[in-house]
Design a protein around this ligand. Structure first.
Ligand SMILES: NC(=O)c1ccc[n+]([C@@H]2O[C@H](COP(=O)([O-])OP(=O)(O)OC[C@H]3O[C@@H](n4cnc5c(N)ncnc54)[C@H](O)[C@@H]3O)[C@@H](O)[C@H]2O)c1
Length: 370
């Protein structure tokens, strides 16, 4: 079968799962990796038997490479995507698509102009948990979706990250860091969003590192840390979302979708597995549903694999640039609505990505994805 030759740019924490995906999925052949820190790229190349470790410039000028996997930090996403497209390569990146909306638009229009594909994480919505929810909704188990709730609340990454400063700077905070998982899941389950409003609040001006390393170091907060938003979906459903780094504890479910005849409790959208619960009008309480789909363990890279299939066989890849841009606009929209004190009309839209085939129960069958 034809393979897509890919190069990874950004060999940090998240990269190992992508290198593993390159070994799991036959359609991908990761032939090079690059990083600002060349030593890091060399270490990854050795660890995952990647033939070449090099600079970003060398990787982008390699004529054999068709697809860039952009795993740099959010502030570098747009620059790397744009340079990859200029070099004539398809590009898939970690979330978010970009920090600024204008950069997101430039990426989409350059990809279109060049006839290249652009993809973006998260791809957790392709996991067995959320695909099961999608199937339940598509098959009518809860009737028409009319409402949704989504909550991502904890006391902030300084509890586990020794250098969390960057997560409190512009382009981060709980909405930009975690919102992509929740919003992508909601769009996959309900559809695109047309109007939003919200309130964004910076509760503490300063935070303190709470890990053993660096314990007690104080750092400033430069972005809102508690964002409460309302979403109006194009199909008329109304969503409520809260993302927060200010809350010590919560017991509310990650996501619930409420329909005309029942409700679904959706699993953590930052993971691939279950559990999924449903309560139909005739049920006294929620019951657990067996997962209908595969990819329930950490399967990051599934979105790139799906995009590689689209490169080889045509068709629409699911974790695509239009949806990632729609998510980016919604995240900005909550902050804009809060500043302006009024609703924000979302200008972009996207289509619901096609559901995965439920017979793909094992990673080994992944090559038959389309
Ligand atoms: N770490 C996680 O658990 C996790 C989970 C999901 C998503 N992500 C996303 O993955 C991305 C990377 O996160 P990470 O945790 O791996 O970060 P990281 O800081 O560990 O790694 C980023 C790597 O990119 C390199 N880099 C930065 N700018 C570059 C540039 N301009 N050119 C070449 N290399 C560059 C850095 O040197 C570093 O090695 C982020 O977008 C993040 O949101 C991370």
């Amino acid at each position: 079968m034809s393979k897509v030759k890919a190069g990874v740019i950004g060999c940090g924490n998240i990269s190992s799962i992508y290198f593993q995906a390159g070994q799991t999925f036959d359609i991908l052949d990761i032939v090079a990796c690059a990083d600002l820190d060349l030593e890091r790229a060399q270490t990854c190349a050795e660890q995952f038997q990647i033939p070449k470790a090099c600079t970003t410039e060398e990787l982008l000028s390699d004529p054999d490479i068709q697809l860039i996997i952009n795993l740099t930090i959010p502030a570098a996403h747009a620059d790397i995507h744009l340079r990859a497209l200029e070099a004539g390569k398809h590009t898939y990146g970690e979330k978010p698509l970009a920090v600024e909306l204008e950069d997101g638009r430039r990426i989409l229009s350059l990809a279109q102009e060049k006839g290249l594909l652009i993809g973006s994480a998260p791809d957790t919505f392709l996991g067995g948990g959320i695909q099961t929810c999608r199937k339940l909704i598509d098959d009518g188990w809860i009737g028409e979706p009319i409402a949704a709730t989504a909550f991502m609340m904890y006391r902030g990454p300084e509890s586990f990250h020794p250098n969390p400063d960057f997560l409190y700077q512009k382009g981060a905070g709980p909405m930009f860091d975690m919102g992509p998982y929740y919003l992508t899941a909601l769009i996959n389950l309900i559809g695109p969003v047309c109007r939003i409003t919200g309130t964004a609040k910076t509760t503490f001006e300063e935070r303190m590192v709470r890990t053993e390393t660096n314990y007690g170091r104080r750092f400033p907060v430069e972005t809102p840390t508690h964002i409460a938003g309302i979403l109006e979906f194009e199909n008329g459903a109304v969503g409520t979302i809260v993302t927060s780094f200010d809350v010590w504890g919560t017991r509310v479910p990650h996501i619930e979708i409420h329909g005309t005849t029942g409700s679904i409790m959706v699993p953590d959208p930052n993971q691939f597995g279950g559990p999924v619960y449903i309560k139909r009008q005739e049920h006294p309480d929620f019951v657990e549903v067996p997962l209908t789909h595969g990819f329930t363990a950490n399967s990051r890279g599934l979105g790139v694999m799906d995009m590689a299939h689209a490169i080889v066989h045509g068709g629409r890849h699911r974790a695509n640039g239009e949806m990632a841009y729609h998510v980016l606009e919604i995240m900005h929209g909550f902050h804009i609505a809060s500043n302006d004190g009024k609703h924000y009309t979302v200008k972009s839209t996207c289509s619901k990505p096609a559901p995965l085939n439920m017979n793909l129960l094992k990673n080994g069958l992944a090559n038959e994805l389309k």
